[in-house]
Design a protein. Sequence first.
Length: 214
Amino acid sequence: MTRKDARMAILDKGARIIHRKGFNHSGVQEILDAAGVPKGSFYHYFKSKEDFGLNILDYYAVYLISRVEILQDKNGQPIKRLKDFFDGFLLFFESIGCELGCPIGNLSQEMGDLSPAFRKRLEEIFLMMRSRIEGVLNEALRDGAIPGSLDARETADFIINSWEGAIVRMKVQKNTEALRLFDRMIFGCILKPITVHNKGGTGNGKRRKAKSNG
């Protein structure tokens, strides 16, 4: 195993173990054994366990970026792409018995108060996610598909915050009801598509405005 392969094996196995057990409950030796890397070689690849943890966050970020590619597909309707993105995670959690949760959310709760370096990197990942969702919402706003009164950035933040909270509840309830409630509230209420109708049955019709003028 080359040095590069060994480092990636440690990250891959470490990410899986930390996702299941948390950062502080995952031992270095346990991770090395799972990766098949010789004992005592951990510090050849990482300066400290915290440095390793920050690299794990980067590992998770790469995975998230690969998942958000669906949001960049201009061939589909923006809100449908966003819903498909979250639906994919809902099906994943359902398939594994509503366990594990979001690794970024898990580490935010575990390490947010303990490590400034973790906190900074975690926020960068949340901001990356917000940027992707904000872009989809701006696209929907330009299309007139969602209420014009919505602020894309604030709505993106709210969606992320609501999703992370729903995942926490899912882990406690051991069912997907919290995720399905998220879906109903976000896509059935807040981002409910604006319908086009004709006034009096004639003319081209106008999109219904988010707020009535009285």
